[in-house]
Write a protein that binds this ligand. Structure first.
Ligand code: UDP
Ligand code: MG
Length: 336
């Protein structure tokens, strides 16, 4: 975006969706934590179509710290992962760090991630030492983690945790992807040469509520599974084959019975039970196919993945980039 400004070493990318209640607390901890690192940094906030006061709070923060703050404004809600990808496209740092806006990921932990990156890793994930989320979220997330571990070859211990650092090489590759429904930590893992993980703290949400309903959580997990594995489809082919074999055996058995014992009318309810079970399996299979096909459809339509309405960022200083003549002209115009 702004080639004339010196490049930061660290870019922190934060997606924002209706976070007005917690932004002040976030700024109060994030900026001092980054200032303490003593490195050149930038913070890229991506507003994912918030309908509350988040945009004006972000604009105010941009005016307070324009040297290190940039704000990307979407025209609507495209989801956390699209917001992070837009942040990556705008970011210019060598190391990118993502975290949530709700202070569940303590900004003070960023230093640890950076230190680990400097040891030569190009992707540092993190594992929450003690997760501070509702019991059902924690349990469901653990189950999904296990399932993903088995059916994809993405090795992430704690997939729902967004406090992560990515090297420029990984982010450049992600910027080349045009995936509509994706899961950033998994995509990055695919591209990383030397990934690792560290343990970090986790806190309760500082303010507001989780932006994920049960429905959007299920959708997100389908994005992760369909985006990184064909195993569910293959499992269905296997299941279909097995069921065909069992049904064939049943047909042969019934035929033999018909020939030797005559017609049978008993066991109707057992038959119903089997039929309904199989219908359930078939519907699930069709639904699963739909999940893949719907995503293929979105992908082939190739609409823009998100629309950036505006970017708030500091323009390069005129006296540095403009030829002296231009500067003089500007000055004289002010004099007139
Ligand atoms: N978020 C977003 N777009 C959305 C949903 C969430 O940008 O459609 C942001 C949100 O503002 C927060 C981060 O993604 O910074 C994580 O969201 P949240 O804390 O609600 O998720 P949870 O911690 O419950 O998984
Ligand atoms: Mg959260």
């Amino acid at each position: 975006m702004n080639a004339a400004l010196p490049k930061p070493a660290i870019s922190v990318v934060i997606p924002i969706y209706n976070e007005q209640a917690g932004l002040a607390a976030l700024f109060a901890r994030l900026y001092p934590a980054l200032d303490r690192l003593g490195e050149r940094y930038e913070i890229v906030f991506v507003n994912d179509g918030s309908r509350d006061q988040s945009v004006s709070i972000l604009a105010e923060q941009f005016r307070a710290r324009p040297d290190v703050t940039r704000v990307v404004l979407f025209n609507g809600n495209y989801g956390q992962h699209m917001a992070i990808l837009a942040g990556f496209e705008a970011a210019r740092g060598e190391i990118m760090v993502t975290l949530d806006a709700d202070l569940q990921n303590p900004p003070e932990e960023i230093g640890k991630l950076i230190a680990k990156m400097r040891e030569g890793y190009d992707y540092v994930g993190s594992i929450r030492r003690k997760r501070c989320d509702s019991a059902w979220r924690t349990y469901a997330s653990k189950a999904m983690n296990r399932l993903r571990e088995r059916i994809t070859n993405i090795k992430i211990t704690d997939q729902g945790n967004m406090l992560r650092a990515y090297g420029r090489n990984v982010v450049d590759l992600m910027n080349q992807c045009r995936e509509v429904n994706t899961f950033v930590p998994a995509l990055a893992y695919r591209f990383a040469r030397k990934p690792t993980e560290i343990v970090v703290e986790h806190e309760e949400r500082a303010a507001g509520e989780s932006k994920y309903s049960l429905y959007s959580l299920i959708r997100l997990n389908f994005d992760l599974i369909t985006g990184f594995s064909l195993v569910p489809l293959q499992m269905f082919s296997m299941l279909g084959m097995m069921l065909s074999l069992v049904s064939a055996a049943l047909v042969v058995g019934l035929l033999v019975r018909r020939l030797f014992l005559g017609a049978e009318a008993d066991g109707v309810f057992t038959l119903f039970a089997i039929a309904f079970f199989l219908m359930g399996v078939i519907l699930f299979g069709i639904g699963l196919l739909g999940e893949y096909i719907g995503r293929i459809f979105q992908q082939v339509r190739a609409r823009p993945r998100y629309v950036v309405q505006a970017v708030l960022e500091q323009q390069p200083c005129l006296s540095v980039v403009a030829p002296i003549g231009v500067e003089k002209r500007l000055v004289s115009r002010i004099d007139e």
